[in-house]
Design a protein around this ligand. Structure first.
Ligand SMILES: [Zn+2]
Length: 83
């Protein structure tokens, strides 16, 4: 796993709104790091979601359900920060 698991506070700050998987199937909105999402928008480079999926986001995420795996990981990280 990358450095997303280091600090719950850092997670909260670095996770942005979901972005969308542009695959042929299982379209979900995944949580990604804010810096990655910004760079993807500007440079068109792939991003890596919390669940580990790597792809180039290009669609409006509000039209898709949030990836259950990303949600699970994010919830776990958030919960840890409240303890
Ligand atoms: Zn995901």
């Amino acid at each position: 796993m990358p450095d997303i698991a280091t600090s719950p506070v850092e997670i909260e700050e670095s996770v942005t709104d979901p972005v969308t998987d542009d695959g042929d199937h299982d379209r979900f909105a995944h949580y990604v790091r804010k810096a990655d999402a910004a760079r993807a928008t500007v440079e068109g480079v792939p991003v890596r979601a919390l669940c580990g999926k790597v792809w180039v986001p290009s669609r409006d995420p509000s039209r898709y359900p949030v990836c259950p795996e990303c949600t699970k990981i994010r919830d776990r990280l958030m919960n840890r920060s409240s303890n």
